[in-house]
Ligand binder design. Structure first.
Ligand SMILES: Nc1ncnc2c1ncn2[C@@H]1O[C@H](COP(=O)(O)OP(=O)(O)OP(=O)(O)O)[C@@H](O)[C@H]1O
Length: 616
């Protein structure tokens, strides 16, 4: 029985210890927050610290002069001497100056905080966005990563400053408290103990609630993300067309409201409990205050203290209690800030997978591109997206890839551009494994346009220029690339030619048709004149038949000295390639020239005839 009790007690102690250990760990972010604010603007940080220090010391001094004034006034009234009256007035003047100085330092505090807030928000957002740039594509396809990034961005730009403010506020109040305690000690040591003791329960409750609020915030990231997504669906022009035609508005609004109701319910419960406890425990300190008030008043009636001392002790006790409560709230707040900051640092310290590989050339530049038994499974999936794919593309050759939806065509391109690493097998360029190449050199050598290419809300020329960021602004290059991508004729009909703003986000923006956008994307691929491998993933799906024929005549001409890989569902295009690779469920089922595959009379031949029959 006793042993069981002891064990239970030990377990309870361990739990408590773990809680306080965890709580203390969170405070380590205090130092990191100060470091971050210091790096943002060192002079403003010093100014903030100085203002805090001064505004911590002044209230004690003001209370002391308050006492001197009251006692001075009584003395002057009793003696009627001019010297005593002047002395009281002098104290008054000093107090007025101190009060003005205090107002000045408080304003200074506000000013520093506002400026630092803006600078810090920008710095933290930049840190987050820079970090996001360094992470591989697979992270962006992972919803957990998205949550982490959103959480970091949502709160973390305000939290470091809040942490620093609270740290400084804590020091300021601690200084005030020290001076108050010094003054109060003359009355009684017990009064100091009561002052400090009565606020502790409120602090413990505050810390626990802060932890709960944070856990709520963390759990609900997926809901918040869903809410943001619904906002985008309901508010963005590119979705408006379909939302209106399918009359999705009320359904989306209702989902939006349902998420809010759920979140609000949880928030309300926590807020109600939190304020109930805060009020209940606050009563404790009010009771302590009035108990001590009574004691001081009795001491004054018994003439053990002067009227000046009575005023001072009351001010000191009340303000001291406020300062102590502020300290405890600051500690609770710092705990909350620390939890949110842990989130930010968790994101910023996410390990970046090392992209090893420094080679800028291969041992055999005449070898071209080789896939050797390449297999790949997407992270989090157990299905092979590609299985033992092998082929060889020699310099200047053109390869077409065909296959049903989901057969792995785009995945093959993602591996080739090193957005993903094969799970098995090797890809070689110029006889060297892709993983050994310096990734920047590799990307310079490959020009690629995916089927879901980005429609930048930039100028027409810039939309082409982004194909080679080093020559983004070179207008002569825009024209050459647009010529190759057959976009030039229609660009010339736009109001400002290459300078026309595209998209609807910005004033005066022009919208293009699907086929025109594809021509822009194709031109973008041609910006990379140094690239010796061009990859086009369904580049002509939105184009009319005439435009398509024109593009491929042009494409052959423009890529005469380059390797090219083309994904297409149109056999009129595919048949013109040197080699054709037929994929099905991630496997190569046929490989050869158009004629050879027709002769083979397999899947390719069947699909080709089916499409040809459709045109007759
Ligand atoms: N990011 C991803 N995460 C997990 N699985 C994916 C991802 N992208 C594609 N897949 C899966 O991999 C397989 C191959 O997809 P892929 O996009 O390569 O097909 P595709 O041949 O390009 O299709 P389509 O002709 O429709 O463009 C599909 O089963 C798809 O569900």
């Amino acid at each position: 029985m006793v042993r069981r009790h002891r064990r239970r007690w030990q377990r309870a102690m361990q739990r408590q210890l773990a809680f306080w250990q965890g709580t203390l760990d969170i405070y380590q972010y205090c130092g990191r927050a100060i470091q971050l604010v210091w790096q943002t603007h060192s002079r403003l940080t010093i100014a903030l610290a100085l203002c805090t220090l001064v505004s911590g010391l002044l209230p004690g001094a003001i209370a002391y002069f308050g006492k001197l004034i009251v006692d001075g006034v009584i003395q002057a009234a009793e003696s009627g001497a001019i010297a005593d009256r002047n002395q009281a007035l002098r104290y008054l003047a000093i107090e007025a100056v101190l009060v003005m100085a205090l107002a000045g330092t408080r304003q200074g505090l506000n000013l520093c905080t506002s400026l630092l807030r803006a600078l810090l928000a920008q710095k933290v957002n930049l840190l987050i966005l820079e970090k996001a740039q360094q992470l591989p594509l697979s992270y962006f396809e992972d919803s957990e990563f998205y949550d982490k990034m959103n959480r970091a961005r949502r709160e973390a730009s305000s939290r470091p400053l809040s942490m620093v403010n609270r740290t400084f506020g804590l020091m300021q109040n601690a200084l005030s408290l020290l001076t108050y305690s010094g003054l109060l000690l003359q009355f009684s040591g017990w009064a100091v103990v009561i002052l400090l003791g009565a606020t502790v329960p409120a602090f413990v409750a505050e810390t626990r609630f802060a932890g709960q609020a944070f856990r709520l915030f963390r759990w609900r990231s997926p809901e918040t993300r869903r809410q943001n997504y619904l906002e985008v669906l309901l508010g963005r022009e590119d979705y408006a067309k379909e939302v209106k035609l399918f009359q999705l508005g009320p359904m989306l609004l209702q989902r939006y409201q349902a998420i809010f109701d759920q979140l609000y319910g949880e928030d309300r419960d926590l807020t109600v409990r939190r304020s109930g406890w805060t009020y209940g425990l606050g009563l404790l300190s009010t009771a302590a205050f009035y108990g001590t008030y009574c004691w001081i008043v009795l001491a004054a009636i018994a003439r053990r203290i002067s009227l000046g001392e009575l005023t001072m002790y009351l001010t000191v006790f009340r303000q001291g209690q406020n300062a102590f409560a502020a300290i405890l709230t600051a500690i609770g707040g710092m705990y909350e800030d620390g939890l949110y900051l842990s989130n930010l640092y968790e994101f910023l310290e996410q390990p970046i997978p090392q992209t090893e590989g420094t080679a800028s050339s291969g041992p055999d530049p005449t070898d071209g591109l080789r896939f050797e038994q390449v297999s790949f499974t997407y992270p989090g999936s157990d299905k092979l997206a590609l299985s033992a794919v092998s082929f060889h593309l020699k310099p200047r050759q053109k390869l077409a890839i065909v296959g049903e939806n989901g057969s792995g065509k785009t995945t093959l391109i993602k591996l080739l551009t090193r957005l993903y690493v094969p799970t098995q097998g090797r890809i070689l360029l110029d006889g060297r494994d892709l993983q050994e190449w310096d990734v920047a050199v590799l990307r310079q050598r490959i020009g690629v346009i995916f089927q879901d290419f980005v429609r930048y809300q930039f100028k027409v020329g810039e939309n082409i220029g982004v194909g080679d960021v080093q020559r983004l602004e070179q207008e002569s290059q825009w024209a050459i690339a647009a010529q190759k991508g057959t976009a030039k004729p229609f660009i010339e009909t736009l109001p400002d030619g290459f300078q026309t703003q595209l998209g609807r986000w910005f004033r005066g923006g022009q919208e293009l048709s699907g086929g025109q956008w594809q021509k822009i994307a194709l031109s973008r691929a041609f910006m990379r004149t140094d690239a010796d491998l061009l990859v086009l993933d369904e580049p002509t799906s939105a184009m009319d038949a005439e435009a398509e024929t024109q593009i491929f005549d042009q494409f052959r001409l423009a890529t005469e000295n380059q390797m090219a890989i083309l994904i297409s569902h149109r056999f009129s295009t595919v048949r013109r390639a040197d080699e054709i690779l037929v994929l099905s469920a991630g496997r190569v089922i046929e490989y050869g020239t158009h004629e050879a595959l027709l002769a083979q009379n397999g899947r390719y031949a069947r699909l080709f005839r089916m499409q040809a029959a459709g045109y007759q």
